[in-house]
Write a protein that binds this ligand. Structure first.
Ligand code: CEZ
Length: 795
């Protein structure tokens, strides 16, 4: 039912009903579009804040992308109705809104194109979507082919949702001269000051047709009539659509083409759908994409598709793997870097990304476009306060508004600085970044990056209570843990542990950059922090999550709900807080209480009612998001930590659970194709097994750079270091051989890793020469190397 295409360029699903929410996404510099297998879509473009041009049928609340997005009959979508003019039979592609079962159906997600192929009643429909690289618009191709063996008379109706554009002003009509439906609106506002913000908005939605339609309808209600969206009156009862308009009525963009197709004959159509400021711009789009051609006779549409494909291909990762697990190979070679690239390139389509997201997204970008990552780290540090505190959001646009979540004070942002920078340094060895001079948000001074990060570390040292535990205020990594410390006393166990880890990571960076005194100082700070952690947070079998304003420890064995949280456990492996006895105890507790067939849960048991001294996380539905889902971001931290302490079998078992499959039952339960990792799979496995495993389908997540780090630093052990590339694979025992192509600082390495019986220790050979310490040094850019890694086979 699901499979990668032979050339691995597409991932395909052969049913619109088995995984009804299966989806893919495309993005460019200005927009993103999330489409599902049945034709429903969510699209947003930046002006500069995210805006819509294809709306829901009612007033939508403005919000960030949500998990488990519900779909319904009038959900925005892109469809093609097909009517047999002789029999009157109607179906629609891809599947909605008519829902006639197809004889053949394929939903194929490519990296730069999404394609549906539907065969129904002897007619084959192919619909494909691509984007240009820069402009906010959708490029659609539709092909209709007669497979029935005899001539057919058809009407086809491209149907693009415009929806409820505005309560102030909305309308729409067909423009002969533009060969387009143009819908017009005014973004609603009330303060006169906002007029100056909205007056230049792209408040029009257009559908440009390459071929002249026979008829159209721009009035949603007239189009549907009493038949409704599943059997519109305009289609069922009329020979021709009524060429209507919308006057403060909900617009729709529906066109009609009448065609006669002989056996095996085919017709092709192209459409452009998107937002625009005015008719002039629409005319320009039409002429540059459809009317004018270049010297090679190609029009802008075709060139745009190709340029977009190239743009997406720039988002390549730095490893290409062949392992015994072909599903993993497909995901790692094709989809994981793409998802990281999306994050690094768009900053999740926000103008004020949460600081920790911005830093982690660029940790991922370090593997793809390190120059972009470098710039991002400098931008973030330029918004630090002279006190060392990092802000709750990084402003990326002069007109950016600080979104709600960034008005809530969180205390963890500083820890991400050394952690994310370390990946950049591992990959590039560009220690010169540490000497860059960067300003502060609130002072005239400038300081080197080293000084900035020192200040961040001191800020963490000082933002502590008398015990030496870090305050949580209204949240740490966990956004909704907002009431543990809002009175100013509550502390975060995880953040204290993460601070110890950040100190150690920073100490390592200081050491490599010729600052041994700083290194020593921060190692000592890490050590004392770990001692404090063990004194106050160890609960006997695992670490507590924190201590509330009223001095109540939580995330401990006596808690009925929220008894154990994953984050303090994994990070204590990273920080060095847990000695080997504590390590085994906490890993056992995680396996017993948090592991599920779909991965490790973020906490368990999930809260079933509000705990006012913990906060709104306890009000989320049990098993969803931070309230005990398999929250993949947190799961990835844990897996990374398992690799850090050499727990390779446990680590791989959990890593594999991030991907649906391989068995059908698992795929159906998750409901998602392995073309991205979602922010969560439902948890509360022990409380609500029916829904456990279900994907959130939300592809915005800090998970992906951590998974990439798990692969590079852990599984394949191909991490950069100051001297070169350190080879320390941690392959699962059943893997006898893998090959990895690794691009590293400009060099290309062809690496074969093999298990060999009777071997005492790992052996590394570069171009046939043994490498004593397993560190490949003096690698030259633009040079290829053959690397053989022999791993002891223990049977
Ligand atoms: O946001 C994510 C944040 O973007 O939640 C993570 C956090 O570390 C990320 O920075 C864990 O809390 O506020 C909420 O309740 C939500 O949980 C969201 O903000 C959540 C969304 O998934 C964002 O896409």
């Amino acid at each position: 039912m699901i499979r990668a295409s032979e050339d691995q360029e597409y991932y395909e699903l052969s049913s619109p009903t088995a995984l009804p929410k299966a989806s893919g996404f495309l993005w460019n510099e200005k927009m993103m579009i999330h489409v599902n297998c049945r034709g429903y879509t969510v699209a947003q473009f930046m002006q500069p804040e995210p805006a819509k041009y294809s709306h829901a049928p009612n007033l939508e609340a403005k919000t960030f992308m949500q998990p488990e997005q519900p779909y319904y009959a009038h959900h925005p979508g892109r469809f093609l109705y097909v009517k047999d003019e002789e029999s009157g039979e109607i179906f629609s592609a891809p599947y909605e809104p008519v829902r006639v079962p197809a004889d053949q159906y394929t939903f194929a997600i490519g990296k730069s194109r999404i394609v549906w192929k539907v065969e129904c009643k002897g007619i084959h429909i192919e619909m494909s979507l691509s984007l240009p690289k820069e402009d906010a618009m959708e490029l659609w191709r539709v092909k209709v082919k007669n497979l029935s063996g005899s001539p057919r008379k058809l009407s086809i109706y491209p149907y693009f949702t415009v929806g409820y554009m505005s309560w102030m002003n909305q309308s729409g009509e067909y423009h002969e001269d533009l060969q387009a439906i143009v819908c017009t609106s005014i973004t609603p506002y009330q303060k006169y000051q906002d007029y100056y913000k909205i007056k230049d908005f792209s408040d029009k939605t257009f559908l440009i047709a390459e071929r002249k339609p026979a008829a159209w309808e721009v009035n949603q209600e007239v189009f549907e009539g009493e038949g409704g969206i599943t059997m519109p009156t305009g289609i069922r009862e009329q020979e021709l659509l009524s060429k209507g308009d919308a006057r403060y009525e909900t617009p729709v963009a529906a066109l009609q083409y009448r065609i006669e197709l002989g056996a095996d004959e085919e017709e092709a159509y192209r459409f452009i759908f998107g937002p625009a400021k005015d008719e002039e711009q629409i005319a320009q789009i039409r002429s540059s994409y459809l009317l004018n051609t270049n010297a090679d006779g190609e029009d802008g549409f075709t060139v745009a598709e190709r340029e977009y494909d190239q743009y997406i291909r720039e988002g390549r990762g730095c490893i290409e793997i062949a392992t015994p697990d072909s599903d993993l190979d497909n995901f790692v070679n094709h989809w994981l870097p793409r998802q990281m690239y999306y994050h690094g390139q768009t900053n999740r389509l926000t103008t004020d990304p949460q600081t920790r997201n911005f830093l982690q997204d660029h940790m991922g970008m370090s593997y793809i476009k390190p120059g972009t990552a470098r710039e991002a780290f400098l931008i973030a540090l330029g918004q630090q306060n002279a006190s060392g505190a990092m802000p709750d959001g990084i402003i990326l646009h002069k007109d950016a508004e600080l979104k709600y979540i960034n008005q809530v004070p969180h205390t963890d942002h500083c820890v991400w600085l050394p952690i994310c920078l370390s990946t950049y340094l591992d990959e590039t060895n560009d220690y010169s970044i540490l000497d860059e001079k960067v300003p502060y948000a609130d002072s005239e001074e400038t300081d080197t990056v080293i000084e900035h990060i020192n200040k961040a570390m001191y800020w963490l040292m000082n933002d502590r209570d008398e015990r030496g535990l870090n305050y949580i205020n209204q949240g740490d990594w966990c956004d909704p843990m907002n009431m543990v410390g809002y009175k100013g006393k509550g502390v975060s166990g995880w953040l204290t542990i993460a601070t110890a880890y950040a100190f150690n990571v920073w100490a390592g960076i200081c050491e490599n950059s010729g600052h041994p005194d700083l290194a020593q100082e921060f190692r000592a700070n890490a050590h004392t922090t770990n001692e404090v952690v063990n004194q106050y947070l160890w609960d006997g079998e695992w670490y507590a999550r924190g201590i509330t304003d009223d001095n109540v420890k939580f995330g401990i064995s006596t808690d009925r709900e929220g008894r154990i949280f994953i984050n303090p456990q994994g990070w204590s492996l990273l920080s060095g807080a847990a000695d080997s006895e504590k390590q085994s105890k906490l890993m056992r507790a995680v396996t017993e209480q948090l592991e599920t067939p779909y991965g490790v849960e973020k906490l368990a048991p999930s809260f079933t009612s509000m705990r006012e001294d913990v906060g709104r996380v306890t009000q989320k539905h049990p098993g969803s998001a931070e309230n005990g889902a398999v929250y993949n971001h947190a799961a990835a931290f844990y897996i990374y930590a398992l690799y850090a302490v050499g727990e390779q079998e446990n680590a791989y078992r959990l890593l594999r659970k991030m991907l649906p499959g391989p068995d059908l039952e698992d795929i159906v339960q998750r409901g998602q194709l392995p073309v991205f990792i979602p922010n969560y799979y439902r948890g509360a496995y022990r409380q609500f097994p029916r829904t456990a495993g279900r994907s959130s389908h939300l592809f915005n997540t800090g998970t992906v750079p951590w998974v990439y780090r798990c692969l590079i630093d852990g599984l394949f052990g191909l991490q950069g270091c100051a001297e070169g590339l350190k080879i320390t694979p941690q392959l699962p025992a059943e893997w006898k051989e893998v090959t990895v192509k690794r691009e590293f600082r400009g060099a290309k390495l062809h690496i074969v890793m093999q298990r060999e019986a009777g071997l005492q220790a790992l052996e590394v050979y570069a171009d046939g020469v043994p490498v004593a310490d397993g560190i490949l040094k003096d690698l030259q850019p633009d040079t290829e190397y053959q690397v053989l890694v022999k791993i002891p086979d223990e049977g």
